[in-house]
Design a protein around this ligand. Structure first.
Ligand code: GAL
Length: 473
């Protein structure tokens, strides 16, 4: 049964994000961030106007989280730092020591348990003070982010060796600045997402260089960015239009960020040509897609020490059928993704379960971005309300996915170094609030002490981690 074994020293992890689990939204001097503001505005931005004010209470109950990690036997744990907990107004002008103490406790206790931390600097929670000055739409934020990154390396980098600068810049750009479904709720279709992405890419590159020049020699760590993508196949594999739409779908999602960072410092050719053509048609003198200078391109190119992929689902793609009246990201892309009705749906509408899509996406990354070391930094399946502890169905999806992961390693030669399940705990799932449960551990949000209980999936995942092999009962 050797074929079900994972490579030696494979990283087994679970992931979380600060706003989704910590609570303590105004505890001990934490500054406001955009999700505090967004959720407090009400107006049904979030399911039942729920907030992350308390969430899983991990700011005080972090030892309970460590027990969960221990029970799973994880080798790695991925979490994010709350920028405004550390630097209340986003700048190093004032450092909140209580925030520093909190993450020090967490990191030191993880290391004492022999668990390697993988730390994300930015997981959707811009300090409100910086948002008030333009947030990701402002170029200045890239510089402030660099200062924040340096502060984190200097403060925690003696112990943290794996860093992610920004989680899912695509989601930040599209949901935060195009549709406004996520904080900061900006609705600037066809403009906002490109500006935000431009500054996030620059911010990432600056943070990578800061590490490389100032810290790497001494701290010997690695820095990357976490990119999310669906896998995409043409709706009709024989249709040229569908094939081209499918290519654009991947270029406008994964390649939007991966091309600049992993290939040549610049956006994909099809994004540049399509957005510039449409901008001209709209009577604009410059493209809505900003341009990088040559200097910026060389600064951006090659700024990732490994590839972090967040994968959840796949789509069948065809040309866009409904055109929007004004400019929009979707009409620039000119493609739409459809769920095959045969694909099972996990507890949330967008998440069609397509394990083979992950294998294909991994092979695509290997072939296109220079065969990098890859970590799957998020993958998971939700349950809707009411969740069941005996989630055998869901564990079946994990098993199928891990089996595709093994094929990617063994048959396709992908240099896959680790797998992180999303998520350690049921948590605040952004605009779905607590109605969608991605946890390996159930959290009872109705009890004041927020007890954590393992799902069947957690018990089975622990067996896989322990044996470093896929187990079928
Ligand atoms: C990702 C995000 C996570 C989590 C997950 C499940 O986009 O990084 O924070 O919410 O999706 O939807």
């Amino acid at each position: 049964m050797d074929s079900l074994k994972f490579p030696e020293s494979f990283a087994w992890g679970a992931s979380t994000a600060a706003y989704q689990i910590e609570g303590g939204w105004d505890a001990d001097g934490k500054g406001l961030n955009i999700w505090d503001t967004f959720t407090h505005q009400g107006g049904d931005r979030v399911f039942k106007n729920q907030t992350g004010d308390v969430a899983c209470g991990s700011y005080t109950l972090w030892e309970e989280d460590l027990k969960c990690i221990k029970q799973l036997g994880l080798t790695h744990y991925r979490f994010s730092l709350s920028w405004s907990r550390l630097l209340p107004d986003g700048t190093t002008g004032f450092i909140n020591q209580k925030g520093v103490d909190y993450y020090n406790k967490l990191i030191n206790n993880l290391l004492a348990m022999n668990v390697t931390p993988l730390v994300t600097l930015y997981h959707f929670d811009m300090p409100q003070a910086l948002e008030d000055q333009g947030g990701w739409k402002s170029e200045k934020t890239a510089e402030v982010f660099e200062q924040y990154a340096k502060f984190c390396y200097a403060t925690f980098g003696d112990r943290v060796k794996l860093w992610i600068t920004i989680n899912e810049p695509y989601i930040v750009a599209k949901l935060g600045h195009e549709t406004g479904l996520f904080a900061p709720g900006i609705k600037e279709p066809g403009i906002g997402p490109y500006r935000a992405a431009h500054n996030m890419i620059k911010a990432h590159a600056k943070a990578w260089h800061a590490y490389n020049t100032l810290f790497k020699k001494k701290q010997k760590g690695h820095v990357s960015i976490a990119l999310d993508s669906d896998w995409a196949v043409p709706l009709d594999p024989k249709s040229m239009d569908d094939k081209e739409a499918c290519d654009r779908y991947l270029q406008f999602r994964l390649h939007w960020f991966a091309n600049p960072i992993f290939i040549d410092g610049d956006y994909p050719a099809v994004m540049k040509s399509e957005i510039s053509r449409k901008s001209k048609e709209e009577g604009l003198v410059t493209s809505r897609l900003p341009e990088f200078t040559d200097e910026e391109k060389s600064l951006i190119k090659g700024t990732a020490d490994f590839f972090c992929l967040n994968y959840y689902t796949s789509r069948k793609v065809k040309p866009l059928s409904i055109k929007s009246s004004g400019p929009s990201f979707d009409s620039d892309m000119g493609a739409e993704g459809i769920k095959d009705p045969e694909w099972p749906e996990s507890g949330v509408e967008w998440l069609a379960v397509v394990p083979w899509g992950l294998r294909r996406l991994l092979a695509h990354i290997k072939d296109t971005f220079g065969d990098p070391d890859i970590y799957i930094t998020e993958n998971g399946f939700a349950q809707s309300e009411p969740p069941v502890l005996q989630d055998k169905h869901r564990w079946g999806y994990f098993q199928e996915t891990l089996s595709e992961v093994l094929k990617a390693i063994k048959q396709d030669g992908v240099k896959l170094k680790g797998y992180f399940a999303w998520s350690l705990l049921d948590n605040f799932e952004w605009n779905s609030g607590y109605s969608v449960r991605f946890g390996l551990f159930h959290v009872d949000f109705n009890q004041p002490n927020l007890p954590r209980t393992p799902y069947f999936s957690a018990i089975e995942y622990a067996k896989v981690v322990k044996g470093n092999e896929l187990i079928y009962n």
